[in-house]
Design a protein around this ligand. Structure first.
Ligand SMILES: NC(=O)c1ccc[n+]([C@@H]2O[C@H](COP(=O)([O-])OP(=O)(O)OC[C@H]3O[C@@H](n4cnc5c(N)ncnc54)[C@H](O)[C@@H]3O)[C@@H](O)[C@H]2O)c1
Length: 328
């Protein structure tokens, strides 16, 4: 039998604590070299301003295997009153290949992307980090803040979005975290006098400048996950003491990293480590308060599969979802 779990089922089961646990464990195994996770396959449907991505992964120690299918249609909200991102995770039994569960992937994606940033903050941000700047107040933003607030004693959030209504919605959404919040008027204001900066926009033209970056800052650059996207100017990478990513070959083809390499601001060789290597203790994370660190997040299927495993186990335990006989 295959368990079918809709968005509401996943939302009811998954907490940020569980997601952080799952994603950190996934990066630990990645660092140890015990995962299989190729770069994602992406189909670009220019006529619809859309990307269809296929992302398989296997985590040996967790005995977790699966595939995420995610579609991002950027015109959906305005043209069709539909969410921009939709898709599924198919969670398999690695021993038999049987589909144990099919679940909505949008909430898992938001939660695991937040958690990946949270893990980067845990290892790379200053221990006393209290102020977060965030640029991009869309679907990903609240989970970014929720994850960071669980690994640091966050006090204040400064948020900027080109759409001020999105910023207002975000600040409303995170009201339960009881943080001091401020809607600011420019990316620069979100970037200065903060300890952590998150960028999570689909921008094609970078908006964070190297000269704005202050000593001790940790940046999670989340939005530019594809060749046509870029959020940080090459000068930001030139300032970094440690730049870290999740999957090197996937990072190299993003517009942001390709652009920074083309301008000579950095090179593949200046990559400090993967996040997995840091979590596995093969390389130290932050070593002093002045270091400028960047986590270039591109999104790995091991994050999805480790999170889907938690969702499947909880759903089975609590009798959530509908069972369907798909395979004999
Ligand atoms: N790294 C990962 O694992 C990962 C995972 C999921 C999504 N993403 C990427 O993150 C980005 C954001 O995703 P989302 O689901 O939140 O999208 P979304 O469409 O829900 O929100 C994006 C927000 O960014 C704002 N924005 C656009 N350009 C801007 C700019 N130049 N300056 C400030 N704000 C700007 C928009 O107004 C919108 O509110 C996308 O590029 C997406 O592909 C990355």
């Amino acid at each position: 039998m295959t368990l079918i779990l809709g968005r509401k089922d996943v939302e009811q089961l998954l907490t940020m604590e569980l997601t952080l646990e799952a994603v950190e464990a996934a990066f630990l195994e990645h660092g140890r070299g015990t995962t299989l996770v190729p770069e994602r396959i992406a189909l670009f449907l220019e006529e619809y301003h859309a990307v269809i991505g296929v992302m398989p992964a296997y985590i040996e120690r967790l005995k977790a295997a699966g595939v995420k299918l995610i579609c991002h249609y950027e015109d959906n909200p305005k043209k069709h009153n539909l969410p921009a991102s939709a898709g599924l995770v198919v969670y398999h039994d690695p021993a038999t290949g049987m589909p144990l569960a099919i679940m909505d992937c949008a909430y898992i994606t938001r939660m695991r992307t937040g958690a990946a940033t949270g893990v980067s903050v845990k290892y790379l941000a200053r221990a006393d980090a209290q102020v977060l700047g965030i640029v991009g107040a869309g679907a990903q933003a609240s989970c970014q803040i929720a994850a960071i607030s669980r690994v640091r004693d966050l006090k204040r959030v400064k948020a900027f979005d080109i759409d001020s209504a999105a910023t207002a919605r975000l600040l409303q959404e995170i009201a339960n975290l009881e943080l001091e919040t401020e809607a600011v008027d420019s990316p620069r204001e979100a970037c200065v006098e903060v300890d952590i900066l998150v960028t999570c926009t689909p921008a094609r033209i970078p908006f964070i400048q190297g000269e704005w970056i202050q000593e001790g800052l940790h940046i999670a650059a989340v939005g530019a996950d594809m060749p046509h996207k870029s959020e940080l100017f090459p000068g930001v990478y030139a300032r970094a003491d440690k730049w870290v990513t999740d999957l090197i070959n996937q990072a190299l083809v993003t517009g942001e990293i390709a652009g920074a390499i083309a301008e000579g601001a950095m090179s593949e060789g200046t990559l400090y480590a993967t996040l997995g290597e840091i979590v596995a203790g093969q390389k130290p994370g932050r070593e002093d308060d002045a270091e400028i660190t960047i986590f270039k997040s591109t999104g790995l299927a091991i994050e999805d599969v480790a999170t889907a495993k938690k969702v499947y186990e909880l759903a089975s335990e609590r009798g959530v979802g509908v069972e369907l006989s798909i395979t004999p």
